[in-house]
Design a protein. Structure first.
Length: 95
């Protein structure tokens, strides 16, 4: 009898673990896909023809380089951005 109860509890635990992992996977995938879609819709992938200097990066380049002083530059830096956002922006800009 004890073996049956233990086996039943283990099966229940495994089923709940699988459901939890599937739900976590679905949530993470939906967040990843939605972030890519939002980025594609909100980022303007064009710059003026007279600009030939592109500045990308995090808060250091955002606050440290003034693109109003450098007339032929465009500063696309964002605070708290990871390495991949400027890389993605640059790749999309050159397409």
């Amino acid at each position: 009898m004890n073996l049956f109860i233990s086996s039943f509890k283990m099966k229940k635990f495994i089923k709940r673990g699988i459901v939890f992992l599937l739900l976590t996977l679905i949530v993470l995938l939906s967040l990843g896909i939605s972030s890519v879609l939002i980025t594609q819709q909100t980022f303007n992938y064009s710059i003026c023809e007279d600009k030939n200097i592109l500045i990308v990066g995090n808060s250091h380049t955002e606050c440290g380089i003034n693109d109003k002083v450098l007339k032929r530059s465009t500063n696309l830096s964002k605070s708290a951005s990871s390495f991949f956002l400027p890389l993605y922006q640059t790749k999309e800009l050159f397409k």
